[in-house]
Design a protein around this ligand. Structure first.
Ligand code: KE4
Length: 429
């Protein structure tokens, strides 16, 4: 007997590629029909068959305050009655830009867009426009959205010859994207030595979270800051995940390294389609209409999305004063320590604040290679066991686990218990 998710998935596949509007949602790597979600509240998410789960996907990061936060919903509802979109400037956009700048002072000037992809694509265009250079350095395993130049990884081992990792991306687009290794200073130096005066920027996830969570080694971010400065290239921190997540000021506050440009997404929109990029007044002054780097968007600064972002940031600013980020770190640390205790050397758990990943490998995961050493079959078994026990994790070994401000101690204990049950079942095999 098919449940409602299965029936909806079959229907959706007839009208939507793969039945989903973003590939990871199709549960391909965990071999299961994806759950179709009916609603969510707080730390819980409910599928169309009425099953309840403790949610650690949190919409891939935005829901740091939990789902359907009452103040956010109240303010969004009020905003809706005033109209959904004007295509004209509003006071709220200025207020959100103020809040972003207050949390992330390096973003003296901010442009609001509708997705992290758009924020990254625009920031890279600004870096190229500002430096007059074409080449961009990114790191293997870091994900910066699906703009053509970012869908590129190293060719067969070569760090400078890049091939697209998506059909439809002309090789010509790929040639300006140079690939380095995360946490490998030498791989970055080599690219600068081989491309003197040609590199516009380095873009990095200051804490990598798209190969699973991989923390920057001591001095790595500082090195990127130095080598970009020394070569008159810009440093872009893609803080779409880390922004407002690992601290209110993101990774740049946490590690004390200031980039030239920052991209934001997810939390900044409170779950609505809103993202941003920004940096110094001088660099951002080249963005149209004040400068000649063109970037535009019908729904940029949409009043409903901006309202959700404003209320979310205001709650985080107040929350920070009451120890919100310490509490988020406590929760993340407790889960990480508990999983290490239960699963021992079968896993490597990387955690920072409320962001973590459980890698099924006996190696210490410090870069793309070691992340790839994970047993994705084992992860799939873990995912399915946890889902069957009411714990909703990312359906991929190479994504992150997000804890929200409203995950209760009891729910976290239930989560740890589910890991123990999984471990017991595994040991029985
Ligand atoms: P969006 O275009 O998906 O809003 O943002 C792209 C993006 C940019 N930078 C970083 C560091 C990101 O993690 C993302 C998107 N993250 C993925 C999850 N790892 C979104 C989920 C999905 O693709 O469905």
């Amino acid at each position: 007997m098919k449940n409602k998710s299965e029936k909806l998935f079959e229907k959706s596949k007839k009208l939507i590629p793969g039945g989903v509007n973003s590939p990871v949602r199709a549960y391909k790597s965990v071999g299961r029909t994806p759950l179709f979600i009916d609603h969510a509240k707080g730390s819980k998410i409910y599928d169309v068959d009425g099953n309840e789960y403790i949610d650690y996907v949190c919409s891939w990061g935005p829901m740091i305050l939990g789902h359907a936060n009452k103040e956010v919903i109240r303010d969004v509802k009020r905003a809706c009655s005033a109209g959904l979109s004007f295509g004209a400037p509003t006071k709220k956009e200025y207020i959100l830009a103020q809040l972003i700048n207050r949390c992330i002072p390096s973003m003296e000037n901010v442009r609001l867009v509708s997705s992290g992809t758009e924020a990254v694509m625009s920031a890279i265009r600004v870096a190229r426009g500002y430096t007059g250079r074409d080449k961009v350095v990114k790191f293997r395993g870091c994900y910066h959205g699906h703009s053509d130049g970012m869908l590129v990884k190293a060719g067969s081992g070569a760090l400078t010859d890049s091939t697209p990792d998506s059909a439809g991306v002309p090789v010509d687009f790929a040639k300006n994207t140079l690939i380095a290794e995360y946490n490998d200073k030498e791989s970055v130096k080599r690219l600068f030595d081989e491309n003197k005066g040609e590199i516009a920027c380095v873009i990095v996830e200051p804490v990598a979270a798209n190969m699973g969570v991989v923390l920057p080694k001591e001095g790595f971010l500082e090195y990127l800051r130095e080598i970009t400065k020394a070569n008159n290239a810009l440093l872009i921190f893609d803080e779409v995940i880390t922004g407002f997540r690992i601290s209110l000021g993101g990774a740049q506050e946490y590690y004390g390294v200031t980039p030239d440009l920052t991209t934001l997404g997810k939390i900044v929109g409170g779950g609505m389609p809103l993202a941003a990029y920004g940096g110094s007044k001088e660099i951002m002054s080249i963005v149209a209409p004040s400068g000649d780097v063109y970037q535009a968007g019908t729904l940029s600064g949409n009043p409903i999305a901006v309202t959700a972002g404003i209320t979310t940031l205001k709650l985080l600013i107040v929350g920070k004063k009451k120890g919100l980020y310490e509490k988020l770190d406590e929760k993340g640390r407790y889960i990480a320590d508990s999983v290490r205790e239960v699963l021992g050397d079968k896993v490597c758990v990387n955690q920072i604040g409320s962001l973590l990943s459980v890698f099924f490998t006996d190696k210490s995961v410090t870069d793309y290679e070691t992340a790839l050493s994970s047993d994705t079959e084992k992860y799939a078994g873990y995912f399915n066991s946890m889902l069957d026990q009411g714990i909703y994790l990312a359906p991929s070994q190479f994504e992150a686990m997000f804890v929200s401000a409203v995950h209760s101690d009891a729910e976290i204990k239930k989560t740890v218990n589910a890991v123990k049950n999984y471990s017991y079942e595994e040991d029985k095999i």
